[in-house]
Design a protein around this ligand. Structure first.
Ligand code: PMP
Length: 412
C-alpha cells in the first residue's frame, strides 16, 4: 500500500501540460495509457546501470538483467494468479499473443468441419487471426450475438457453442461497449464440449482484478502499454499443459538447448517460446507498472473508474442528441464510453474536443463488425483510468456541449 488514487495524478508528468491552451484531459486510455514516473525511472535505471542481454552471460550485468527480467515474469504471474511463472510468456502485446494461439495452437486442435466461436464485439486482433485459422483448416467461424444493449447474449452462446466447438475466444472487456463478458460461464460451456477458452484481456487486466485460474481460461492475452507499462511488451498466459503443446512461432537464439547440423533441442517453458533477444526493458517496465498498480490496488482502481462512469453517464445521457452505445446503466459498464453526437462525424467531434484539451478517440476502434452491428460507421470514445478525476468528467461534458453549440450555431 502507500499510494492513493488522490495523489496518483501527480505521478504522471505527461498530464501536467496544456493542450491548445487548456489543461490536458486524457481520455484515450483504451488506446494506450500514460506512464507514471516510477515506470519511466525503472526503464532509465535499467539502461543506465544494468543493461545486458539476458540468460546468456555469466558476467554481473547479464545476471542483473536476467534477474530483473525474470522477476518481472513472477510479478505478472502473481498479478493474474497464474499457477506458475512457466505459464507466462512475454510477447509484443495482445495482438501477438492471440496470433500465436490461433497460428500455432489452433491448427493442432481445429480440423475441417470444426467450429471456432467469437462474438460481434471482438477487436480485429481477436477476429482476423481466427478468420485465417478457419480459412486454413476449413473450420467454420461462428459469432455469438449481442443483446440489444450490447451485452453478450448468453442464450445465444449456449446455442452456438456445441460439440463441434474447438475454440471460443472472447474479449474479457469490450473496448467499445464497456461491457464485461461472463468468461467463467462461457469457459464452462466450452469445456463441457471438450474445447478451449481463449480470452482477450487487453481491456480487463488494466482495470479490474483478474484471476486466470478462477476464470478457468486456457489462454489469456494482454498488453503492457494499456496498464501503465511501455509499448512493445505483452503477455501470453497459457495453462502449462497447453503451452507445452504450442510449437514456437520463432526459432533462433535464446530458446534452444542444443543445436546440431540437422536437429535441435529446445529449452523448457517459457523460454522455449521466446526466440531471440526479448524486450528486456519492456518487461522490466511492465514489472514496475504492476508494482504501481498493486500499491493502489486493483479493487480501488476498479471502484474509482466505476465512480467516474456513474458520474459521466447521466451527464452524457442528458445531452440532447448524444447517443451512447452499450448498456445505459453505469453499474453494467467499465470506464469505456463510446458515443455519437447528432449527425456529426466523430472525427469532427474529437477534433472539437481536442480544441478544449480533451483527448478522445474517434473511428471504428478496430471493431468493424461491431460497428456494422451498431449500424454506425464510427464513434467517438472516452475511456477512463486511475488518474482521471471528476474534473475530467466535467471537462468532457462541457466540451461536448460546446461542440454541440459550435456545430449548431457556429460559435465556440
Ligand atoms: N483487444 C482489445 C479489446 C483491445 O482494446 C486492443 C487494443 N486496442 C487489442 C486487443 C490489441 O492490443 P495491442 O494493439 O496492444 O496488441
Amino acid at each position: 500500500m502507500g499510494k492513493s488514487l488522490n495523489t496518483s495524478r501527480q505521478d504522471f508528468p505527461i498530464l501536467e501540460q496544456l493542450v491548445n491552451d487548456e489543461p490536458l484531459v486524457y481520455l484515450d486510455n483504451a488506446a494506450t495509457t500514460q506512464k507514471p514516473q516510477a515506470v519511466i525511472d525503472q526503464i532509465v535505471s535499467y539502461y543506465q546501470h544494468d543493461n545486458a542481454n539476458v540468460h546468456r552471460g555469466v558476467h554481473t550485468l547479464a545476471e542483473r538483467a536476467t534477474a530483473q527480467y525474470e522477476a518481472a515474469r513472477v510479478k505478472v504471474q502473481q498479478f493474474i494468479n497464474a499457477a506458475s511463472s512457466a505459464e507466462i510468456v512475454f510477447t509484443k502485446g495482445t495482438t501477438q499473443s492471440l496470433n500465436w494461439i490461433a497460428g500455432s495452437f489452433g491448427p493442432t486442435v481445429v480440423q475441417a468441419g470444426d467450429e471456432i466461436v467469437i462474438s460481434y464485439m471482438e477487436h480485429h486482433s481477436n477476429l482476423v487471426p481466427w478468420q485465417q485459422l478457419a480459412k486454413k483448416t476449413g473450420a467454420k467461424l461462428r459469432y455469438i450475438d449481442l443483446l440489444p444493449d450490447g451485452q453478450l447474449d448468453l442464450d445465444a452462446a449456449k446455442q452456438v457453442i456445441g460439440p463441434r466447438t474447438k475454440i471460443v475466444s472472447l474479449a474479457h472487456a469490450s473496448n467499445v461497449l464497456g461491457v464485461v463478458n461472463p468468461v467463467k460461464t462461457i469457459a464452462a460451456l466450452v469445456h463441457v464440449q471438450g474445447g478451449y477458452m481463449v480470452v482477450d484481456g487487453a481491456q480487463a487486466v488494466p482495470h479490474m482484478p483478474v484471476d486466470v485460474q478462477a476464470l478457468d481460461a486456457d489462454f489469456y492475452a494482454f498488453s503492457g502499454h494499456k496498464m501503465l507499462g511501455p509499448t512493445g511488451i505483452g503477455v501470453l498466459y497459457g495453462k502449462q499443459a497447453l503451452l507445452e503443446q504450442l510449437s514456437p512461432v520463432e526459432y533462433g537464439g535464446e530458446m534452444i538447448d542444443f543445436v546440431g547440423l540437422q536437429e535441435s533441442t529446445f529449452k523448457e517453458l517459457p523460454w522455449r517460446l521466446e526466440g531471440g533477444t526479448p524486450n528486456i526493458a519492456g518487461a522490466i517496465g511492465l514489472g514496475a507498472a504492476i508494482d504501481y498498480l498493486n500499491q493502489i490496488g486493483m479493487t480501488n482502481i476498479q471502484a474509482h473508474e466505476q465512480a467516474l462512469v456513474a458520474e459521466a453517464l447521466p451527464a452524457l445521457q442528458a445531452i440532447d442528441g448524444l447517443t451512447i452505445y452499450g448498456p445505459q446503466e453505469a453499474s453494467q459498464r467499465t470506464g469505456v464510453i463510446a458515443f455519437n453526437l447528432d449527425n456529426l462525424h466523430p472525427h469532427d467531434l474529437a477534433t472539437a474536443l481536442d480544441m478544449e484539451g480533451v483527448a478522445v478517440r474517434a473511428g471504428h476502434h478496430c471493431a468493424q463488425p461491431l460497428m456494422q452491428w451498431l449500424n454506425v460507421a464510427a464513434t467517438a470514445r472516452a475511456s477512463f483510468y486511475l488518474y482521471n478525476t471528476s474534473e475530467d468528467v466535467q471537462a468532457l461534458v462541457a466540451a461536448i456541449q460546446a461542440a454541440k453549440e459550435f456545430f449548431q450555431n457556429g460559435t465556440l
